[in-house]
Design a protein around this ligand. Structure first.
Ligand code: SF4
Length: 389
């Protein structure tokens, strides 16, 4: 059941249930220590279960990924055991007891576009119109952004771009200036992810990397990414991340052309072979390089994706395969999980929006009016295409 010969592995069945039980016990101790009243825990547990339901399908948590001493059920959430694991739960509990929290404090994840620079020009790039323009945010601005959002307690911070690894020295400086209350992730094509760079980032607090890899066939991925080295970068990055015990996620933009059950199953095998703990499914959206293009998946294709997501996470024959994450599934069932509610995106100029795809720009994150802006993101919600059942 344990694949102990590797530094990271998946848990399922009894071992997974045992760890989940211990996690629940630790949550109970944590909140009883804070609120000094064991009876309140029934109410607290209810609130935490509500949060869990937002991110899981009906079958609950079927697998856990163990990486570098911590257990993860989602690479967009903090691992356990760690102080930061309890932070999103504390926020939910505060809300349940009507304690005051700001809109910024309420967020669980912030994604920051570090730079406009990128050596690629991928078919689906949502920052396609901004790529390789002059950066407006300085290293100092980025440090101020981190200071501000960590002051509000944000426990998951993801760096994207452009290609954040074009500015690896800046990333190292930012991580050095940050406190250890957050898990940091880099969203990368694999460019510049050599062992030396990843090792430095890890030594200053990097938790994991999410590699954009859009096909299991090198020539298809390279043509999508418009660079004949892209596949090799991605595979080497995966190998290095695995060696350094970083949480490894493969992120795929599932295009109309790719979206068949056969391709998705082959991708699952491919991600397993490359020892990814997670696969993140993204749907193409008509922004950036896809602007004005008919890229939205059909209802039938969305159903193929949903079935794949449910099957790969719940059927016992896939128990030791990577955990598949599919935000679109939860969004359609339960409403947008981002849009200022749990998540915001900060673009390459520092302006906030609901996500990289909804171009509903609000004020600059360093402006004082950030809280009202997050409130309006919340009220606008998300423009994810609906599915007709
Ligand atoms: S999707 Fe990422 S890697 Fe591709 S061009 Fe855009 S920023 Fe660069």
């Amino acid at each position: 059941m344990f694949q102990k010969k590797h530094s990271s592995y998946l848990l399922y069945g009894f071992q997974k249930n045992l760890i989940l039980f211990i996690i629940w016990l630790s949550i109970a101790f944590h909140f009883i220590k804070i609120y000094k009243n064991p009876f309140l825990f029934i109410r607290i547990r209810k609130q935490i279960l509500k949060l869990k339901q937002l991110y899981t399908a009906n079958y609950g948590i079927t697998k856990l990924a163990f990486v570098d001493g911590k257990y993860y059920f989602n690479s967009n959430m903090n691992g356990w055991p760690s102080k930061s694991f309890y932070r999103p739960l504390e926020i939910e509990v505060k809300k349940c007891f009507n304690q005051k929290i700001t809109n910024l404090e309420n967020l669980k994840i912030i994604q920051i576009a570090l730079t406009k620079k990128c050596p690629l020009n991928c078919e689906h790039c949502f920052e396609g119109h901004e790529l390789n323009k002059k950066d407006t945010l300085t290293l100092n601005d980025h440090k101020l952004i981190i200071e501000k959002i960590q002051k509000a307690g944000i426990s998951v911070i993801q760096y994207g771009g452009g290609e954040p690894m074009t500015h690896v020295d800046d990333l190292i400086e930012i991580l050095k200036s940050a406190s250890n209350i957050s898990d940091f992730y880099v969203y990368t094509s694999g460019f510049n992810c050599n062992i030396k760079n990843l090792e430095k980032l890890k030594s200053h607090g990097l938790t994991g990397i999410s590699i954009g890899i859009d096909h299991f066939l090198p020539e298809k991925h390279n043509s999508f990414r418009r660079n004949d080295k892209a596949f090799q970068w991605a595979i080497d990055a995966a190998k290095n991340a695995q060696e350094l015990k970083l949480v490894l996620t493969f992120t795929i933009c599932v295009t109309k052309e790719f979206c068949t059950e056969e391709n998705l199953m082959k991708y699952l095998e491919f991600a397993k072979e490359n020892r990814a703990s997670f696969i993140q499914l993204l749907e193409p959206r008509a922004v950036g390089n896809y602007e004005n293009k008919d890229v939205n998946l059909s209802n039938n294709q969305i159903k193929i994706l949903e079935n794949f997501f449910l099957k790969s996470n719940s059927e016992s024959k896939f128990k030791d395969y990577p955990i598949v994450l599919y935000t679109g599934y939860h969004q359609r069932k339960k409403g947008c999980l981002g849009a200022g509610e749990n998540y915001i995106y900060i673009d390459t100029d520092g302006y906030m929006s609901s996500c990289p795809f909804c171009k509903n720009l609000k004020t600059h994150i360093l402006d004082e009016s950030h809280d009202n802006s997050i409130l309006s993101l919340k009220s606008e919600g998300c423009a994810l295409p609906k599915i007709n059942n």
